[in-house]
Ligand binder design. Sequence first.
Ligand SMILES: Cc1cc2nc3c(=O)[nH]c(=O)nc-3n(C[C@H](O)[C@H](O)[C@H](O)COP(=O)(O)O)c2cc1C
Length: 215
Amino acid sequence: MNTMTKLALGLMGRLRPAPPKGEAATAIALPPPAKSGGLPLMEALAKRQSAREFAREALPLQMLSDLLWAAYGVNRAGSGRTAPSALNCQEVDVFVALPQGAYRYDAAANALQLAAAADLRGITGYQDFVDEAPLDLVFVADHARMAMVPVAQRESYASAAAGAIAQNVYLYCAGSGLATVIRAWIDRAAIADALGLTHDQQVLLAQTVGFPKGA
Ligand SMILES: Cc1cc2nc3c(=O)[nH]c(=O)nc-3n(C[C@H](O)[C@H](O)[C@H](O)COP(=O)(O)O)c2cc1C
């Protein structure tokens, strides 16, 4: 779907997900993440950039596991994560829009839990490339987990946490030959509706990931 069509449908509140491409399992067990490899940090920083052209090819499951662990996985005993959060509220959930369905990344279980049996990729942003890329991440804040944070600060704190997760994704991609772009130009209401979010949950940002086109 092109950008103009999405904008028009969005204005009418009618931007809807596409039917799933294939069977959507209720849960997908991820292989243990590889916590080594990739480029050294300084080299990954030297390569970090946004890209807006993606191949359609799916990421291998191991790569998806590694990507999500880098983004916001559990990285130490207890429940510490690869990205910070204010007062350790861990209020951000990472949703993964795949052709067969949209899943919530369950970091503790290292698994994907089905949120919607539909192809949400096309509605995760107004730009054309989001439809073709193999996956789009959506960062969602759950305000119910931020009881200790003053109400006026919740959105900015959650956005800062999502930004840290997004940079983790950028660095993983830079170190692994993947392309990515963080995106704020999204229809938050359409995404919230398709994911069946509660009133406490707020769509913050999306991020497309895939192999570079023509690579
Ligand atoms: C909060 C935020 C929102 C952004 N939203 C979009 C977006 O909706 N679409 C897009 O193509 N790029 C988006 N970007 C990416 C910026 O355009 C990009 O980071 C900037 O042009 C610098 O390019 P670089 O990332 O390659 O250094 C966003 C970046 C940030 C930090």
